[in-house]
Write a protein that binds this ligand. Structure first.
Ligand code: M6R
Length: 366
């Protein structure tokens, strides 16, 4: 059942190229100048009345939501607020019929997410669900459903569900941007063409494991790890830190790199592992400075950047180069080595990778 792999998690990490492809199939196609979304019945007129979007979810799905905010605001120019479902449902959020809510849930059964969905519906909002389970509670109660086609995810740590949730976010952003006219056809084509190349690039990345394995083998003994990035890299840093916490039980924190000076840099000491993401082209130089700052305090840095950014090797102990894509699509690729880092670290520590302590795959009670 594990298809020759030692754990479900590593099997599911390897299924990502296919999951990405399947989630795009029949929605985003070569030479087709529109997103085909038969599943979503939102019209141009409906969209004109939408003044705000809430993305609500828990855990990894929430992290996909943070990427969703960046991407929808950038491509469709609609204000987006992202919230964890357990906060959203108790804070009297401002919801009305001009609100569009996107809930994200792999299982479609998470109690808080479902409660947030119901709250939004009571206040007249329209709800789109992104879920991986056909016929799940979230799927049944939402107005529209966009299924991720990740296939069953068994490991508690979410991997392939996350990348397909990202793809769903890009699909929605492209769709909304074209529907309200804020996304030009040229930019649409550029993003579409690059999206279609992602499965192949993810596959390539899965074959570049040595640097990650080596870093895991030398740093698994640490008690703390820091993940830093800017923009979309910060969103991915949050997900990377969650992954290592839940399966290897190492305390990890993600920071927006620009925040280091506002406190966390005090924690950087000799030998502390820092995972630095530097995929965002316009923020690359700023990330280099942040990396230098932590290196000056003795941090051991593993960096993630696109091929061609060789400068980063001068300031890092190890570098994983990602095959080039658009900055906006980088999360789909950069998360893969972070999943692998969490996996190999957990294996080194002898942890129960697929069933980490205290956690359940689906949190159906508050
Ligand atoms: O099924 P859901 O997507 O609603 O689950 C949400 C979270 O419980 C889930 O993503 C959790 O954070 C994972 N264990 C993360 O790997």
């Amino acid at each position: 059942e594990k298809g020759g792999y030692e754990h479900f998690m590593i099997k599911e990490i390897h299924e990502q190229p296919k999951a990405i492809k399947d989630t795009m199939t029949s929605r985003i196609m070569m030479d087709v100048d529109e997103v085909k979304l038969d599943d979503i019945k939102l019209t141009k007129e409906d969209l004109e009345s939408i003044s705000k979007i809430y993305i609500v979810a828990c855990g990894t799905a929430y992290h996909a939501g943070i990427v969703g905010k960046y991407v929808i605001e950038r491509l469709a120019k609609i204000p987006v607020e992202v919230d964890v479902a357990s906060e959203f449902r108790y804070r009297n959020p401002l919801i009305n019929k001009n609100t569009l809510m996107i809930v994200v849930s792999q299982s479609g059964e998470t109690a808080d997410t479902l409660a947030a969905l119901r709250l939004a519906k009571e206040h007249g909002a329209r709800v789109i669900a992104i879920t991986n389970v056909v016929g799940s509670s979230v799927a049944r109660e939402a107005d529209d459903v966009l299924y991720t086609w990740a296939g069953p995810e068994i490991a508690v740590a979410s991997t392939k569900a996350y990348v397909t949730q990202l793809i769903a976010m890009y699909i929605i952003a492209l769709y909304l941007g074209r529907l309200n006219g804020n996304l030009s056809i040229e930019e649409f084509r550029l993003i579409r063409d690059e999206m279609l190349k992602l499965p192949e690039k993810a596959e390539y990345l899965l074959n570049q494991k040595e640097t990650i394995q080596k870093f895991a083998a030398t740093h698994y003994v640490h008690k703390d790890m820091f993940y830093i990035g800017r923009g979309l890299d910060f969103a991915v840093a949050l997900e990377g830190a969650l992954k290592i916490k839940e399966i290897s039980y190492i305390h990890a924190e993600a920071y927006a790199a620009g925040e280091l000076k506002h406190g966390p840099i005090a924690l950087i000491d000799k030998g502390v592992p820092v995972i630095a993401l530097a995929t965002q082209e316009e923020l690359f130089e700023k990330m280099l400075s942040n990396i230098k700052e932590v290196v000056a305090r003795g941090a051991h840095v593993i960096s993630f950047a696109f091929e061609g950014n060789d400068d980063i090797s001068k300031v890092s102990d190890a570098v994983v180069y990602l095959p080039k894509t658009l900055s906006i699509l980088a999360p789909v690729l950069s998360v893969i080595p972070l999943q692998l880092l969490a996996y190999y670290t957990a294996v080194e520590r002898g942890c129960d990778v697929d069933k980490p302590r205290n956690l359940a795959k689906s949190v159906t009670v508050e």
